[in-house]
Ligand binder design. Structure first.
Ligand code: SF4
Length: 549
């Protein structure tokens, strides 16, 4: 199955880590995306081909392990990374490059642009109206052990001036062009659809799937249905109204109707309802948390399993404060300007773990985009303190993406938590609507980084927010492709009217099917039930799994 994904705007380093992880696997992918301004230097690149200080033009500069010289990536350019099985034979690389050239030449023909090859110069060229040959797409690949990575960069409507800051591909005597310069008004998303249509045939793949982020343009088509009065009470403060309108817009652009959702006042199915049991275990744990001024996500996020877990003496500590810098559409945690980090918190968490006699401790945190490390040091200090006070305790951390910072994520990986958990939360199409400050590609990159570090990786999906069953299966395949070991799948419960509507109650048999499907892909354990949450039965799920030393 050729898994094609339109990932939208992706930071180059996120894409690089994700590509390497998929390259090491056995499944086949075509990743389509746009990058922020970046100059990449291939293995034969000459630094002298960078003519300016990249930072002075708002670009990054990154050395990469692909063939070729220096090239530019940026908004308005469609970048594609085919990660495929390529038979090992002589001329494998030029033959593979020729396949990619064919894909782009056929795609450009669909927009009336006659593109050609230019002997001795990999890439795709146009015979412009003035008869000059100009380069419209660059190609740089790496083939190794019968697998491919890196790929092509097709200039749809980028800022061509950025190419004057380098000697593109080391070629000084030819200009660079774009579809826009050649007179086409095609958008990057138009080319995504065209490439996704052509690629399976040109690469000779009979089975393929294609999923993509929702597009900003989607919203325009449905603006009328988005702001249905039933969801916005006339007494709501302006901020709430603005927030709801933006949530509706995001949902509409993802093709989710806010009026067709399940009404918040309708009763839940039996299998979602849980009895509250505030027995002794629960009361003891509550006293411990209060006496140590600790916060738990169990309480902050209104977890339905709190009675079961607390009566069994397990809880998930929430560090780095109660206010989150993000506003995921399903989450009850308050979005607000966070307080300064409480330096004493790691020691108190460690004391609670010791006093509760925990063998397995779970730590999570709000997103702290206000901090340069995204809150990573809170995890590092908490892990250190817990291990000091309770040697041998196993630790699971449920982290945010730390804004993709390699240093911040690396600092947590280096603490070697027994389980590195990071939730992808929902399917690709709904990412912008559900978690606007996060992204599918970045979350896969966080999990790929954890696997590269030899850790046990875990992720979670919330269902019932507008996804299709096929999209859930595709998300499980993507998690399996980066090597995720544990996945949790649970039913979305709408906290308030200000949150996403529930689109569907999944039946217990569907959770069972998703578990079977996920485990059939090689995921070690899928914890899937209506009331499953990220750290539900975390200890049990981790059994039988050890990190690579
Ligand atoms: S980042 Fe986490 S805590 Fe913050 S809103 Fe999203 S899910 Fe909730």
């Amino acid at each position: 199955m050729l898994e094609m994904r339109w990932l939208g705007k992706v930071a180059y380093r996120d894409a690089y880590t994700l590509q390497h992880r998929l390259f090491e696997g056995s499944s086949e992918h075509l990743l389509l995306m746009e990058h922020n301004h970046v100059f990449t230097l291939g293995v034969r690149a000459e630094l002298s081909h960078i003519l300016v200080d990249p930072a002075s033009v708002g670009a990054e500069m990154i050395r990469v392990d692909r063939g070729g010289d220096v090239t530019y990536h940026g908004p308005g350019q469609l970048v594609g990374y085919p990660i495929l099985d390529v038979p090992i034979k002589s001329n494998a690389t030029p033959d593979f490059v020729a396949k990619i050239e064919e894909l782009l030449i056929v795609a450009l023909a669909c927009y009336g642009i006659a593109a050609v090859r230019h002997d001795g110069y990999p890439g795709v060229w146009t015979n412009s109206k003035d008869g000059k040959l100009r380069k419209i797409a660059a190609i740089g690949v790496r083939l190794s052990r019968g697998r491919s990575m890196h790929g092509f960069a097709l200039n749809v409507c980028p800022d061509l001036a950025m190419f004057s800051n380098i000697v593109p591909c080391g070629i000084a005597n030819f200009e660079v062009t774009s579809m826009e310069r050649e007179g086409s008004s095609a958008t990057v998303e138009d080319l995504v659809a065209t490439i996704a249509e052509l690629a399976p045939t040109i690469f000779g793949r009979s089975q393929s799937s294609f999923y993509g982020v929702s597009s900003a343009s989607g919203y325009l088509a449905r603006s009328d249905s988005a702001t249905s009065p039933s969801r916005i009470s006339k007494h709501a403060p302006e901020t709430a109204l603005a927030e709801l309108r933006s949530l509706d817009r995001r949902l509409a652009s993802a093709g989710v109707s806010t009026t067709e959702g399940i009404s918040i006042s309708s009763s839940k199915p039996e299998w979602v309802k849980l009895r509250s049991n505030m027995g002794e275990g629960y009361q003891d744990l509550k006293r411990t948390m209060r006496s140590l001024s600790l916060v738990t996500v169990c309480e902050e996020a209104g977890c339905p399993n709190i009675f079961e877990c607390w009566s069994q003496g397990t809880a998930t500590f929430m560090i780095n404060g109660e206010d989150c810098t993000r506003s995921c559409g399903f989450c009850l945690v308050k979005t607000d300007k966070p307080q300064p980090i409480d330096q004493g918190e790691p020691a108190r968490v460690a004391r609670a773990v010791r006093e509760m006699g925990l063998e397995f401790a779970v730590i999570t945190a709000v997103a702290r985009d206000d901090l340069s490390d995204g809150g990573a040091s809170g995890f590092v200090e908490s892990i250190r303190a817990i291990r000091d006070q309770t040697p041998g305790v196993r630790i699971e951390v449920l982290i945010s993406d730390c804004k993709g910072s390699e240093t911040a994520l690396g600092s947590i990986y280096d603490m070697r938590p027994e389980i590195l958990n990071h939730n992808i939360e929902t399917v690709l199409r709904l990412q912008r609507a559900v978690r606007p400050q996060a992204s599918y590609a970045r979350s896969l990159r966080v999990l790929a980084g954890a696997k590269d570090a030899g850790l046990v990786a875990k992720s979670g999906i919330i269902v019932g927010m507008g996804e299709t069953y096929a999209e859930l299966e595709a998300t499980l395949r993507d998690l399996a492709a980066v090597g995720v070991d544990i996945v949790t799948i649970g039913q979305y419960l709408r906290p308030t009217r200000r949150h996403l509507p529930v689109s569907k109650w999944y039946a217990p048999r569907e959770f069972a099917q998703l578990k079977l499907y996920g485990e059939s892909l090689g995921i070690h354990h899928v914890e899937s039930s209506p009331n499953t949450r990220s750290s539900y039965h975390a200890k049990r799920a981790s059994e039988g799994l050890v990190m690579l030393s």
